[in-house]
Write a protein that binds this ligand. Sequence first.
Ligand code: AHM
Ligand code: MG
Length: 337
Amino acid sequence: MRVQTLGQFIIEKQTDFPYAKGELSRLLRDIGIAAKIVNREVNKAGLVEILGETGEVNVQGEQVKKLDVFANEQFISALKAGGEVCAIASEECEDIIPIDTQVSKNAKYVVAIDPLDGSSNIDVNVSVGTIFSIYRRVSLSGPGTLEDFMQRGTEQIAAGYVIYGSSCMLVYTTGRGVNGFTLDPSIGEFCLSNPDMKTPQTGNIYSLNEGNYLHFPDGVKKYIKYCQEEDKATDRPYSSRYIGSGVADIHRNLLKGGVYIYPTTTKSPKGKLRLLYECNPLAFIVEQAGGKATDGKTRIMEKNIKELHQRTPLFIGSTQMVDKAMEFMQKHEVSTL
Ligand code: AHM
Ligand code: MG
């Protein structure tokens, strides 16, 4: 079988965008390169202390960094050096990072990124991820502005995630289906492994942090009970699977069918996850794979965005399962959304 690398695939797909001059392709390539570097560090995370003690990670005289800080710096510097973006928004940074370099003078795009999602899993050898979202700028020239990021999810030009798991995968969409690439460490390239990914319309996995049960809206509580009921026709009870690493949970559900829910809780009345660089890109991918993403009421990608780090509840996954959960939300609405 012919192996197709991410680079080759991107070049072939460039003809899908006759008006584009290759900037988006280069931008995706830059993200792929940063992802490989982050993957290298994630893979040796367990050695950090040992290597740190002997000073070996500090050959460049650098301090041993926490992985999320490292990932943030890698993506920012890859995007800055690539010259295709005029601003970056990151979960790690309070404000946007406007880019004002000679190479980015004519940059058309902005990138919103969660450099290392699933941070509670970093130190325990469990999958973490990166999520990214690309928009065309709305400001006219110069460094990008906050306004460039205040666009609805439906305006995304491309979105993707990287999962640093038992293997490293990059999954992305430009609005023409979803393709997945697995890193072949022997050649150091992402190779097309999951072309035109489609998610099942239904499944038997539900993923949410049940520890928060008492703080969930009634609709979610009732839906959980529905998932646990015995019913042959719908293959219930469903399995409960929750890694606590959004990319990993949603990636698994994308492949196998399932629903991931992060609802409002009394502790987080607006939900926990961020609209711009977590929910919108994941929603774009899942929708492109034939699934659905809402906040329990409204389609995620149609939500208005007013703040960079805006939170939202999230119901995402197989269409029929999201619809069912929303049915429960509507029936037991007390309106916390
Ligand atoms: P993070 O960006 O601080 O890592 O938070 C996002 C993560 C998701 O990956 C995950 O699904 C969720 O938060 C887990 O939250 P909780 O520990 O509250 O269940
Ligand atoms: Mg995150």
